[in-house]
Ligand binder design. Structure first.
Ligand code: PMP
Length: 361
């Protein structure tokens, strides 16, 4: 048995170079004479590392000075609630755009803290298309507008950032962060769990416009307050130091690959390769998402006969193609093609799919 192509949705494949570097440094990191995960987060060495990582991220993602970067815990799911608590005053309402499972969950988890209004909802299309921007019912008095740029389960992605006027736009970028250049200034807040494009699980990235940090008007414990985390440079309590370190190595790897513009080219090519194989299979394989809304990161696909699913999964795994089973809500297959998946892995999947079709046609 050996390491092979991993199409998992998250936790997902990490760049092999990153894992090898972590392996080489595991026992002794820099001149610490200990592992990076064995030293205090308040040590000079770790504080310096945290500053380096933030600076690398700011450079890579062109994050302007009036945005604060936070590295937190609790996953994107904690942010579903915290963002409502921090960005809306009691009695205020917020607009939610639903384009799949995660947008729905974000709205549900915010509901105890803000009056959630569904501004647009693509449920009627069974989340196979995005709600057309012209139909969104946005309110200029809303505390914020929330949407999910990439829906990990349904495989939908917004090609452009929606224009929402002066209301802060809040986006759950968990499954597409750092996959292409992004104009951060269009957002009030961006958040993402790390376990797809940034590193291991247990780390959550927040990029938030400074003026939004102090909006919270309700009494809350410090650990719930963005302003408190910002004031303590994400070290209000003991952070996930090892995850933070691995995220740092991943950012350096992205920079070595040519940065986000190069990532965008690689990711576009990988997705085009797989969609072409699905669409060119004469109906043997099928992706139900409207062409304009197809995700570059998560590609669900279905065999023409669901009775072949278990055979496909067994044989693909034997061929070294891991974790292609679709989410239980949809069934079928799903290939996640995050930054760390090379073109070669996608070519291997396509070759397997074509061979499977021939053998079981
Ligand atoms: N949002 C999106 C878009 C996701 O893909 C996921 C996880 N798959 C989540 C939120 C939930 O993330 P977490 O498990 O980090 O809370």
């Amino acid at each position: 048995m050996s390491r092979t192509w991993n199409f998992a949705a998250g936790p997902a494949a990490m760049p092999e170079e990153v894992l090898r570097q972590a392996q080489a440094e595991l026992l002794e990191w820099r001149d610490a004479r200990a592992s990076v995960m064995e030293i205090s987060h308040r040590s000079k060495a770790f504080m310096a590392l945290a500053a380096e990582i933030e600076s690398d991220l700011r450079g890579l993602a062109a994050i302007p000075a009036h945005y604060k970067v936070l590295f937190l815990q609790g996953g994107a799911t904690l942010q579903f609630a915290l963002l409502a608590m921090n960005l809306a005053a009691p009695g205020q309402h917020a607009d939610y755009v639903l384009s799949g499972h995660w947008g729905e969950k974000a709205a549900r988890e915010a509901a105890p803290y803000v009056e959630v209004r569904i501004a647009a909802d693509a449920r009627a299309s069974q989340y196979r298309a995005l709600p057309p921007r012209a139909d969104w019912l946005l309110d200029s008095g809303a505390a914020y507008v929330h949407y999910t740029p990439n829906e990990t389960i349904h495989g939908l992605e917004f090609a452009d950032i929606p224009e929402v006027g002066s209301v802060p736009l809040v986006a759950d970028f968990s499954s597409s962060i750092l996959s292409a250049p992004l104009d951060v200034t269009r957002f009030g807040m961006i958040y993402a769990g790390a376990q797809k494009n940034i590193g291991p699980s247990g780390l959550t990235l927040l990029i938030i416009r400074e003026d939004l940090l102090t909006r919270a008007t309700r009494p809350m414990a410090g650990i719930f307050r963005y302003a408190e985390h910002a004031a303590h440079e994400s070290m209000l309590n003991t952070p996930n130091t090892f995850g933070w370190y691995l995220a740092g190595l991943t950012l350096q790897w992205i920079a070595r690959c040519g940065g986000l513009a190069a990532m965008a080219v690689r990711n576009r090519r990988k997705a085009d390769t797989l969609y072409a194989a699905i669409d060119g299979s004469g109906g043997y394989y099928r992706n139900p998402v409207d062409a304009s809304a197809r995700s570059r990161m998560n590609i669900p696909f279905f065999l023409h006969d669901a009775r072949l699913d278990s055979v496909f999964l067994r044989e693909s795994e034997q061929a070294g193609l891991l974790a292609l089973k679709g989410h239980r809500a949809l069934g079928g297959m799903r290939a996640s093609l995050y930054n760390a998946m090379p073109q070669e892995g996608v070519e291997a999947l396509v070759a397997f799919m074509q061979d499977f079709n021939k053998r079981h046609g």
